[in-house]
Design a protein around this ligand. Structure first.
Ligand code: SF4
Length: 432
């Protein structure tokens, strides 16, 4: 009996018996009646192959206390600790990114070799940046290049580590996490410079950023590694760094978000009932602050921000609005204090949110509220780099709060927004 492979290749051959030919035709018609069994087989094979490649690589990444990865050392310390202690198999997306990165790396090394201009002296070159007898950063340089240049009849050569990163958009400058990684390699082997090469898949663009060795980075890296190491050695966890720096974008992308629970407020026990107030719409009236600032800029106090067309004046206006010294001009809306007290009397913890007030005003705002006698337990202000709309900012935070607390009321100047927020919160709470 011929094997299936032989059927596929030899079916046209004279030697195939009529009986075997008929068997094959019968089998083929079954396949063609359900051709997806072939395409899904290819998909499965690809997934299996990509996973095997990742598994092979991850053998090199078994966690050893004291040996940490330069590729993630800039990331949230708590996240790093989780990734060492609770390493999880990659998601399909992570698997695809890993394999794509590997393929691009191989392509770049191949193309550089073909160029005849640069020699690739090694790939996956192991490097250790040692801090003390028990702690080091341990990584692998994608490619170690040797560049030969001639000047005034002298021939010079330079070893240059190359790190290759694939991305969906070209950054204006290297990402900080990649800078930390390459800096580790430069410091470990005393290379004067290295190159970060970004490969932009969608646009087919490539850009190489030179990075020179920065000796001050040794102390930065050392401090991070030692903090991580001390925590792990003592069986504890380092701080929730991203959450305490209000880098919630990092939290949103973190695989360990459920384990970490970064939105639990330390001072408010889980399960408490909360009433949320729109700070600048229902508690603090900012009109006096705005009028004063407009006057200082030589504008009529009744002017609206949309009336400020001069770029420089506009910039100054927002700079002064973000200046803590002016917060003492904020006043209370009518009945604001009473509303907060009455929620507290009902056993609800009053917290406030503002999408218009920046984190830099946190302490000044707390002080102003204390002066005005308003007992708000917690303030959520807009963190740097967050450009969400007012509605999105408040809705997102309500969902975050609802993951730990019973959100009973949301008081907003915009009644429609407030009822939409409560609707989505209730839907979420009903699901859990
Ligand atoms: S959820 Fe945020 S704070 Fe927690 S580990 Fe992840 S990045 Fe760090």
């Amino acid at each position: 009996m011929n094997s299936l492979d032989n059927f596929l290749t030899d079916i046209e051959s004279e030697e195939v018996s009529q009986e075997d030919r008929e068997k094959f035709e019968k089998w083929l018609s079954k396949i063609l009646a359900d051709p997806e069994q072939i395409s899904s087989k290819i998909e499965d094979a690809l997934k299996q192959g990509m996973f095997s490649e990742w598994e092979k690589e991850s053998v090199n990444h078994k966690f050893k206390l004291g040996s940490y990865y330069p590729s993630v050392i800039e990331r949230c310390l708590r996240q790093q600790a989780y990734s060492y202690l609770y390493a999880e198999p990659p998601s399909p997306e992570e698997l695809a990114i890993f394999n794509e990165g590997k393929a691009i790396h191989e392509l770049v090394a191949f193309a550089l070799r073909r160029s005849g201009i640069i020699s690739v002296e090694g790939s996956e070159v192991v490097v250790d940046l040692i801090f003390n007898e028990e702690v080091k950063l341990h990584g692998r340089i994608d490619d170690l290049l040797l560049i030969r240049l001639s000047e005034e009849s002298n021939n010079f050569k330079l070893f240059v580590p190359l790190e290759i990163k694939s991305a969906s958009v070209m950054p204006d400058e290297p990402w900080r996490t990649h800078y930390y990684q390459l800096s580790t390699y430069l410091l470990a082997e005393n290379y004067p410079m290295g190159v970060l090469l970004y490969w932009i898949k969608r646009e087919g663009k490539v850009k190489a950023f030179p990075i020179t060795k920065d000796d001050t980075m040794r102390a930065v890296l050392r401090e991070r590694v030692l903090e991580l190491h001390e925590a792990l050695k003592n069986g504890t966890f380092p701080m929730k760094e991203a959450a305490s720096n209000k880098d919630y974008l990092q939290c949103e992308r973190c695989s360990y978000i459920d384990r970490c629970n970064p939105y639990l407020i330390d001072s408010i026990p889980k399960g408490s009932k909360l009433s949320v107030f729109d700070l600048d719409g229902t508690i603090l009236d900012t009109s006096q602050r705005k009028r004063t600032i407009l006057q200082e800029l030589g504008l009529p106090p009744s002017a609206k921000t949309t009336d400020i067309h001069d770029e420089e004046t506009n910039r100054k206006y927002w700079q002064l609005m973000d200046n803590p010294n002016y917060v003492e001009l904020d006043n209370l809306y009518d009945q604001a204090r009473e509303k907060v007290f009455s929620e507290a009397k009902l056993g609800r913890i009053p917290v406030a949110i503002s999408s218009g007030r920046r984190e830099t005003l946190l302490e000044a705002t707390k002080a102003r509220l204390a002066n005005l006698g308003v007992p708000l337990f917690h303030l959520i202000l807009r963190e740097a780099g967050n450009y969400e709309t007012d509605g999105k900012f408040k809705t997102k935070w309500s969902q975050r709060l609802a993951s730990n607390y019973e959100l009973v009321e949301f008081f907003d100047r915009d009644a429609v927004l407030s009822s939409m927020i409560m609707k989505t919160v209730k839907e979420r709470q009903a699901k859990t």
